[in-house]
Design a protein around this ligand. Structure first.
Ligand code: PMP
Length: 429
């Protein structure tokens, strides 16, 4: 029988060639660290709805969905039309446009606490801006964040993130401006009581954690008069129409958004209390940016968000995710493999090798193991087996869209079971 790795080579000859070329062009051969794959990378060519095809013509069910930005699936016809129409009228007019007003109007309709907002081009930029606003507003200099949380790759947001290290060029002065603490409300209270230079506390909205923690964050920051910042880059327009905040009934003071916000094009946004967002003002924060609210992203974003506002997009994606998660857990149980599939809303995570009981939703044990990025050879081999089977994403993370059908999920579960059997046949599980 052909091994998983031999089959991977046989199925992807063009990708293998491109990978060799890319090694000479990009560090690690990739343009995003999360796209590293062994023994080489698969190169994608096109997508439609929940499917993708690589340069060798192999078909995949997509569970990366534009790193979470494509909740409407690939190439949604209305989004394509909006972008094409905007494209033909010029892509950058070096001026304010109607599109940005339309975009902000639907954002404000969906997120009740969006007093005002500013658009950027990515989640990283949005999060950097939230920190700057909190500092400018409070006159204080430090931001409290939680261990391993990812708020983008910028200097401040990346401090304390999984993978942060002393050799990555982040200056010690920036490190000194970030206070990294465990997910522990008592510890947060202790820090806020003892350090009077804290401008804000930032929480990653898609962190899988019991909602009581999130509600306590609001109570504590309010009591201490410190700005609460949510990172809604992943959870925004996915956990609910108004993100993690809406799902759990918690309003932060300001938040950073991206991904779904821009309908699959680049885009970011900071929104919240008008008195804080108005720190962008002469003599205070300056915020030029060539591609701020660029008309293409504005057109894609407002079209996508209007669809999301009027159709049960979030609900369908979540229903499919529950079907997928339950199916995964049944297979793991049947095959007596320790681990679990867990997760909130339309994101499913999986961790193998941990023998434990959990509610399959807020599994903090599995989440902590995921956050510190423990390498796991079995998961890597299973990932290649899944790729061969035509499942893109996984085995540790699956982000769904509303275009995934029940049939797509059933097919995925069949493919997953076949992949697991192959890994077992090779003696790895
Ligand atoms: N915050 C979170 C929680 C993220 O997952 C990401 C990116 N995946 C970012 C911020 C940064 O967003 P971007 O990649 O658009 O810069």
């Amino acid at each position: 029988m052909v091994s998983i790795d031999d089959r991977y080579y046989q199925m992807h000859p063009k990708s293998a060639e491109l990978s060799v070329e890319a090694e000479t062009l990009f560090p690690d051969g990739v343009t995003h660290d999360g796209r590293k794959l062994l023994p080489f990378r698969v190169y994608m060519d096109r997508g439609l709805g929940p499917k993708k095809w690589d340069v060798d013509g192999n078909e995949y069910i997509d569970y990366k969905t534009g790193h979470g930005s494509m909740i409407l699936g690939q190439a949604h016809p209305d989004v394509v039309k909006a972008v094409q129409e905007r494209m033909s009228k010029g892509t950058h007019l070096s001026a304010s446009t109607q599109e940005e007003v339309k975009w902000a109007t639907i954002v404000k309709q969906l997120v009740p606490y969006a007093g005002k907002m500013r658009f950027q081009s990515s989640g990283t930029e949005a999060m950097m801006m939230t920190f700057r606003m909190a500092r400018a507003y409070s006159g204080k200099s430090k931001i409290v964040k939680f261990e391993n949380a990812f708020h983008g790759w910028g200097d401040s947001p990346f401090v304390g993130a999984s993978g942060d290290n002393p050799n990555n060029g982040i200056p010690s002065t920036v490190r000194d401006s970030m206070v990294v603490i465990p997910y522990d409300i008592n510890e947060l209270e202790r820090v806020l009581d003892n350090d009077n230079d804290i401008a804000g506390v930032v929480f990653q909205g898609n962190q899988v954690i019991n909602p009581t923690f999130i509600r306590s964050l609001r109570d504590v920051t309010k009591a201490k008069g410190v700005i609460l910042i949510f990172d809604e880059v992943v959870s925004g327009f996915r956990y609910s129409k108004s993100g993690c905040g809406g799902r759990y009934g918690v309003e932060p003071d300001i938040s950073g958004w991206a991904k779904i916000l821009a309908g699959g094009l680049p885009g970011g946004c900071v929104l919240g209390r008008a008195d804080i967002i108005d720190m962008i003002a002469p003599g205070k924060i300056t915020h030029p940016g060539t591609f701020n609210a660029n008309p293409l992203s504005a057109a894609a974003g407002s079209t996508a968000l209007n669809i999301l506002a009027s159709q049960p997009i979030i609900e369908i994606a979540e229903e499919r995710a529950i079907q997928l998660k339950n199916g995964f857990n049944q297979i793991l149980t049947k095959m007596e493999i320790p681990g679990c599939a867990y997760g909130v809303s339309s994101i499913v995570s999986m961790r193998l090798g941990i023998d434990h009981e959990c509610d399959r939703e807020y599994c903090e044990e599995a989440e902590q193991a995921m956050m510190v990025g423990v390498s796991n050879d079995v998961e890597a081999l299973l990932g290649r087996a899944l790729t061969n089977e035509g499942v893109w994403g996984g085995p540790t993370g699956y982000i769904l869209s509303a275009t995934h059908t029940e049939k797509d999920i059933n097919n995925t579960l069949d493919k997953f079971e076949r992949a697991i059997v192959q890994v077992r046949d090779e003696g790895s599980i």
